[in-house]
Design a protein around this ligand. Sequence first.
Ligand code: ASP
Length: 479
Amino acid sequence: MKLHNLIFVGMIAGFLVGYGLYAAHSPTAATAAPWWHATSIWTLNLLGQTLFLSALKMIIAPLIFASIVAGVTTLPDLRELGAIGWKTIVYYALTTTIAVSIGLAAVLMIQPGKSTAGQAEREKRVAALQELRDSYQRDTGQQAVDADGRVRPEYRAWIAETESGRVGDGGKFAMMQQNQGRTAGDIFRDDILKKMLMNPFASLAEMNALGIIFFALLLGIACSFVGPPAEHVVAFFQGLNEVIMQITHWLMAVSPVAIACIVAELVATTGPEVFESLGWYCLTVIGGILVHVLVLLAICKLIGGVGPLQLWNGLREAWMIAFTTRSSSATLPVTIENVTENLDVSPKVANFTLPLGATMNMDGTALYEGVAVIFLIQIYGGLEDVPFVLDAGTTLVIFVTAVLASVGAAAVPNAGLVTMVLVAGAVGLPIYYIPFIFAVDAFLDMFRTSTNVLGDSVGAIVVNRLEAGRLGEPQTQPD
Ligand code: ASP
């Protein structure tokens, strides 16, 4: 059986095993799980998340480094780097903007926050706020509103503190809190400039993709300038690139079993009840993503010359691995393999555009961030701790910050949730409202990560076609 068929069988088998485990013992049950149940989940986690994902992550940093140096040093002319670079950036900027626009149109049309479940959630919150107000006035002896009926800032700060303590959901929420209150200038300085100029060994050790990309580009360009004395350096990185691709092939061979375990664990530990209040929200995100996928397919056919069927046949392994691992960077080795070996994209283009895309170009994440924040405003807008409702100005701020937040998101599971704090903070939505959507985040992450990988791959195909003549490579053939 071909690998993609095996991966597909792995996904189905994983779903069935996971569902069986879920049916045998629900994660929300009051009783403790029987020993065999807990052992099964532990084993699934060991084989999927721990062994397979860690092995993929192990090779990402050297892969990005070697592939970029190899890509730059095999270009016939250094000026080509500029041409590939600006076309790639224009493509990323345009497609991310299109993705956010589609997401905003979907959430404004469907209005998932105004559904019956959304409004029931609002009513619950109104009652909770009334209780909060009573206990504030009782405990502090202060009034929550001033003589003009305006909510007092001290009271709002008190709610924020109380609610953050209540939500306090370990990892994810703590990371969101760290991002709170940071300005665009802070982000530019700390998350972009400082990371780009980090010591390359520290970047490799910490998986700082931006630092690795920048240093690898610099090294590749310098090797091309130095010429013959740098031949051994160039040969080393080109060889390393080949070696890592070999390791990728080995990992892909075991991926069907690993993917079955990842899916089984996810299904066994997440029950369908999470969709009760968030069903319309999930449909809005997935509907928006489907429309964006159609746009990407059209771009791929019209500019890249590759039709949907040929694209699917070439990219299905990367797509399925992205869908299940929920990490564009863990999928990167397979994406490079699929795009260069099955879709005839020159390694000179793919080795540069794909690592950059996995780090910065996230169409699915950008679309999702816009939808999520507007959904929350549709539910909670106008309450006493959310002193605004959605208007054109708020929508525009969400539009711009969703694009930026997607660039800043790391290519790992749930990263979109953490950078959403920037979007929420820009319009004044308190971050303790975000955990309301935690329950379905892993599910939606599957759709957005696979779309992120699709967007990067279409970018590589498009740039490859536009550059084919100048790189002396054959043009990708339409099917
Ligand atoms: N998991 C996504 C990725 O790796 C990022 C996100 O959470 O949206 O591309």
